[in-house]
Design a protein around this ligand. Structure first.
Ligand code: KG4
Ligand code: ZN
Length: 351
């Protein structure tokens, strides 16, 4: 079975072709391409929906040709076409979904509408293909949630952020500090060799299963002018801290540790409460080496197995969408081409 998938939920245009073999030998990724738009959005400090949408239109046809060439297959050999149908930016989602639907109709093959969050959620299992029950955390730029995964399609929400996502906090604090976009990798880079205990930053909602990161961002906002030596405010405080590399290192390390502490503590508590054997982590923020290391250590200490998505699968890509589509197709699921994209699509329907 061969699946072609598109991912255009935000600012990354991605196309992948995945071929499933028998269940025991897993699947083979024939091609996976991601066209990043970071340079286009960097100057605005975030994603501009219209710009993202136009770029998807420009990049998608080129990437489709490229994955077809790399995979050395003809479109006639594709058994199903999939696309992310939400959550995400409406004007971005509709590009990938329209292309996948058009191809499915044109070639007379099934169409699969895939939830972006389910793509992340299943990505730690990409290389072995078997979904085992687990407590998962998805930590990305748009989402932070913990989920009890009982099996494919059987998910229970444990907790989620009540304000900013963890990645959003990284991006906003990086902007305050005058660092580039996306902020996560920038803060991680500066945090290396920093003193994570130097600044006492808040760990919000310690007794809740939900998360909150907006207070942490605000704490950095108010701390910054005080520590740079004079009462300045952004953007001049960013220039001030840039001139003091040791301070910048320690602030980045302290901020990163505040996020890691909360994520590790709440994930372990959820795994203990729900009595699972396995903990998984996915989404862009799970690229963070310190987070992976500390969660792995905590799992080892508390007797849980730990599985993280491989770093290249953590940030947005179409391979994870193709993988989710393949598992769904194998279990007999296909979508109606009349199904609309849904910018607010939930992973676990509420109520
Ligand atoms: O999953 P993703 O590519 O897109 C969404 O679905 O949101 O995640 C992007 C987010 C950004 O906020 C980015 O700053 C963050 O992931 N990120 C990181 C790292 N790499 C990416 N955060 C912390 N440390 C990193 N190394
Ligand atoms: Zn994502």
């Amino acid at each position: 079975m061969t699946i072609l998938a598109l991912e255009t939920s935000c600012d990354e245009t991605a196309v992948a072709i995945l071929r499933g073999s028998d269940r025991h030998s897993g699947s083979e990724l024939l091609a996976s391409e991601v066209a990043s738009q970071i340079t286009e959005h960097e100057k605005f400090g975030g994603v501009v929906p219209e710009v993202a949408s136009r770029n998807h239109l420009l990049h998608a046809p080129r990437l489709l040709e490229r994955v077809k060439d790399r995979a050395k297959i003809d479109m006639l050999e594709v058994d199903a076409f999939a696309a992310t149908s939400g959550p995400g930016l409406a004007s971005s989602l509709m590009i990938g979904a329209s292309i996948a639907k058009g191809l499915a109709i044109g070639f007379g093959k099934p169409y699969l509408a895939i939830n972006h969050l389910e793509g992340h959620l299943l990505s730690p299992f990409f290389s072995d293909g078997h979904i085992k029950p687990n407590v998962a955390i998805i930590v990305s730029g748009g989402h932070t949630m913990s989920i009890l995964v009982r099996g494919l399609g059987d998910y229970q929400l444990i907790g989620r952020t009540v304000d900013d996502a963890a990645g959003e906090a990284f991006d906003k604090v990086a902007k305050l500090l005058g660092l580039g976009y996306p902020g996560g990798p920038e803060i991680e880079k500066h945090a290396r060799n920093g003193d994570a205990a130097r600044f006492d930053l808040p760990r919000s909602m310690p007794d809740s299963e939900n998360f909150s990161f907006s207070g942490l961002k605000t704490a950095v906002r108010y701390l910054l002018p005080r520590i740079v030596g004079r009462r300045s405010s952004p953007p001049s405080s960013a220039a001030d801290i840039a001139a003091q590399p040791e301070l910048l290192r320690d602030l980045c390390a302290s901020f990163q540790q505040a996020i890691v502490d909360v994520l590790v503590r709440k994930t372990i508590a959820a795994a203990q409460k729900h009595n699972v054997v396995l903990v998984t982590i996915s989404g862009g923020v799970s690229c963070n080496e310190e987070l992976r290391r500390q969660l792995r250590d905590a799992c080892e200490q508390e007797g849980f197995e730990f599985k993280s998505a491989e770093p290249w699968l953590c940030t947005d890509n179409a391979a994870m969408i193709a993988f989710a589509a393949m598992l769904k197709l194998e279990s007999g699921f296909a979508s109606n081409v009349a199904e609309e994209i849904d910018p607010n699509l939930a992973l676990v329907p509420s109520g």
